[in-house]
Design a binder for this molecule. Structure first.
Ligand SMILES: [Zn+2]
Length: 246
C-alpha cells in the first residue's frame, strides 16, 4: 500500500528511542499530523535528508484511524536556504512553526495556515521585511483562531474602534471614553494598521510594510492578543525579541 501523499512543512522533530523521530507536519490537505519516522536518525538516506525545518517536503505516510501513523517517505520539494543562513530569519521561522503548532489541532482543516506559512516563508526568502512578516503572521493567526479584527470593538461597551482609536488595558482594548485616564493609548492610525494588516491578501504581502512608528504602537497589542487567543505564551517569543532587537 503506497499510503497518502501530501505537501508539508516540518513543525517539530522529536527524537524517539535510538533511531527514530516523531515528526509533526502541517500538511496542505491532511491538517496537522504527528508521524513516526522509523530509522530517520540512523540513516539520512532513509528520507533523502529532507526531514528538516525550512524544507517543504513531499510526504508519503500511512495514517490509521487511531494512534500514530508512519512516515514512509519524504523528499524535498523546496528548501528555504536564505532563511536557514540568517539567524534572525531562522528564529522567526521557528516562531511561526511553534505558534502554528499551538494554534492547530489534529483533525482541524489547516489549509489556510499551510498557505500562510508558505507565503510568509517565500516573503522572508526573498528578503522581505521581518517585522511586517511577523505581524502579518500574528494577526492572520489570531483571525484564524476566531478573533476577527473587523470585530475590533471596545471590551467594555462594544463600540467599534476603527474610527476612535483605543486604550490598551489588561482586559483588552477599550474605547477612549471607557479607557480614559489609564491604560496605554493607541492612535487611530495604529488601530487601522492592525485592521489593514489582518485583511491583506497573499498577493499584497510583498508590497506592504508596517512603519517603525506603527510597530512601536501595535507590537505589544498584537502580542497580548495572540497570547490571549492561544491561551499560552509561545516559548519562542522572548528569544525572538532579542534576535529582532524589538
Ligand atoms: Zn467603550
Amino acid at each position: 500500500m503506497p499510503g497518502e501523499l501530501d505537501l508539508a512543512f516540518v513543525l517539530r522533530l522529536v527524537p524517539y528511542r535510538d533511531a527514530d523521530l516523531v515528526v509533526t507536519l502541517l500538511t496542505q490537505h491532511h491538517g496537522l499530523i504527528s508521524l513516526m519516522a522509523r530509522g530517520a536518525r540512523k540513516s539520512q538516506k532513509r528520507f533523502s535528508g529532507a526531514l528538516d525545518y525550512l524544507t517543504l517536503i513531499r510526504a508519503t505516510f500511512k495514517k490509521p484511524r487511531s494512534g500514530m501513523g508512519t512516515l514512509t517517505a519524504a523528499e524535498s520539494a523546496r528548501s528555504y536556504e536564505k532563511i536557514r543562513g540568517d539567524l534572525a530569519c531562522y528564529h522567526l521561522a521557528m516562531h511561526f512553526f511553534e505558534v502554528t503548532r499551538l494554534a492547530t489541532r489534529e483533525g482541524d482543516d489547516a489549509n489556510e495556515p499551510f498557505l500562510l506559512l508558505g507565503h510568509l516563508l517565500t516573503l522572508l526568502e526573498r528578503g522581505g521585511d521581518r517585522t511586517t512578516a511577523l505581524r502579518i503572521f500574528h494577526l492572520k493567526t489570531i483571525a484564524h483562531l476566531g478573533y476577527a479584527p473587523s470585530e475590533l470593538a471596545c471590551a467594555s461597551c462594544g463600540v467599534g474602534l476603527q474610527e476612535s482609536g483605543a486604550h490598551l488595558h489588561e482586559g483588552g482594548l477599550l474605547c477612549p471614553p471607557c479607557g480614559a485616564g489609564n491604560g496605554v493609548p493607541l492612535s487611530k492610525s495604529a488601530v487601522n494598521a492592525i485592521v489593514k494588516t489582518a485583511s491583506l491578501t497573499y498577493e499584497e504581502f510583498r508590497s506592504f510594510k508596517i512603519s517603525p512608528a506603527e510597530e512601536r504602537e501595535i507590537g505589544p497589542v498584537v502580542e497580548a492578543a495572540l497570547v490571549r487567543a492561544l491561551g499560552a505564551e509561545p516559548r519562542s517569543l522572548e528569544q525572538l525579541h532579542e534576535m529582532l532587537g524589538t
